[in-house]
Design a binder for this molecule. Structure first.
Ligand SMILES: C[S@@+](CC[C@H](N)C(=O)[O-])C[C@H]1O[C@@H](n2cnc3c(N)ncnc32)[C@H](O)[C@@H]1O
Length: 350
């Protein structure tokens, strides 16, 4: 397939004509703004748009998770939707610029900002930023093999004639053309976190969001934080989803995005390097202890506590699967919580 296959003949022709006109009559910042609105409109006026009836409340379009053209799709009017996008883009840009440098009647803020900003498109493994010059870092690292961001951005890159730096992408891919396995991912995440450490001022903070606290990807991030001398300060669940009783089994996995804040520690502590079996046993014993005291604990809470322990004891995790430890050694109750095995036997005999 080609990117052009994602469009009907009519929308393809309309987008092409629109882009030619934008490039012919616009320059500078205005051209940038038009192109932003143009790309924001592309998928929305493509065959990727499912008919309204098949859309769930959280399914704005089929380009969020991959490229899928259904049996039927909507064909939106390119120019009409572009005009809407342009209005929204201008409004967004104004709001944004108001935070940086107030402009006339659009200044809705009482605070007089004198901020400036700089956008960089560096590879996160090699930032064009001075060492120890940054007060705070917020990062949203890539999700391993869950979303192939660069590959999926082909729909926009092809129209803008841009070629992403695929080689340096931090991602997990089973494509034979790409040398991107889990080990590379861990190594490259570690390089990015060592850059974060380099540019952050001593004792300053780093926050990161992630979609889960389990799996090889989270392990890569945890190990990178520990190896690069970050102390865990705070964590928060960002979304607490609720599930119907029929989805009870899903409670065995952990849910929701997490926001973790860490501090750059200026003295590197020696790391505890343990074998996988030792770490697995340590987790098992620790969970037993918690369950002995508290009887029932849910999956999210166990993952959070283990993460806290990993950070406070500076444990580099190898191939240890916490969910496997839980399922093999503990009982998952109907109340969606974990308990000790013999606790269950006691309950049955009572
Ligand atoms: C979880 S997403 C973050 C999305 C972002 N918060 C947003 O709202 O657009 C991770 C991002 O990391 C980018 N990424 C992957 N490898 C990278 C690298 N080597 N340097 C910089 N960014 C990279 C991906 O393209 C993706 O956009």
């Amino acid at each position: 397939m080609n990117v052009s296959d994602l469009f009907t003949k009519r929308t393809l022709a309309c987008h092409a004509r629109l882009l030619v006109l934008i490039e012919k009559y616009s320059t500078g910042n205005e051209l940038g703004l038009f192109k932003l609105a143009f790309t924001a409109n592309l998928a929305n006026c493509s065959k990727l748009l499912p008919p309204i009836t098949s859309r769930g409340p959280m399914a704005p379009g089929a380009w969020m998770t991959g490229f899928y053209i259904g049996e039927t799709y909507l064909e939106n009017n390119v120019l009409h939707y572009f005009e809407n996008r342009l209005k929204k883009t201008i409004k967004g840009e104004k709001d944004y610029l108001n935070q940086i440098n107030p402009v006339g009647e659009l200044n809705f803020s009482n605070i007089k900002y004198s901020n400036t900003y700089k956008t960089l498109q560096n590879d996160a493994k090699s930032l064009d930023i001075e060492s120890e010059s940054i007060d705070y870092i917020f990062t949203d690292p890539p999700y391993g093999d869950a979303v192939p961001y660069f590959e999926q951005s082909i729909i926009w890159n092809s129209w803008l004639k841009l070629k992403p730096d695929y080689e340096n992408e931090i991602v997990i891919s089973d494509s034979k053309e790409r040398d991107k396995n889990v080990d590379n991912f861990e190594e490259e995440i570690n390089m990015a976190f060592s850059e974060i450490r380099r540019v952050l001022k001593p004792n300053k903070y780093l926050s990161l969001t992630y979609h889960s606290l389990s799996g090889a990807e989270w392990k890569a991030i945890t190990n990178a934080c520990i190896k690069n001398g970050f102390e865990l300060i705070e964590y928060k669940w960002l979304v607490q989803k609720s599930f119907t009783p029929r989805q009870i089994n899903r409670f065995k996995t952990i849910k929701g995005d997490v926001l973790v804040t860490l501090q750059k520690n200026t003295n590197y502590m020696p790391l505890i390097v343990k074998s996988d079996d030792e770490v697995a046993n340590m987790f098992k014993r620790q969970i037993e202890q918690w369950l002995l005291n508290e009887k029932r604990i849910d999956t999210n809470e166990i993952f959070l506590r283990i993460m806290k322990k990993v950070f406070s004891d500076k444990i580099i995790i190898g191939n240890v699967d916490l969910l496997k430890i839980l399922t093999e050694n503990f009982v998952f109750s109907e109340q969606k919580q974990w308990r000790l095995k013999n606790d269950q036997i006691e309950l049955q005999t009572a």
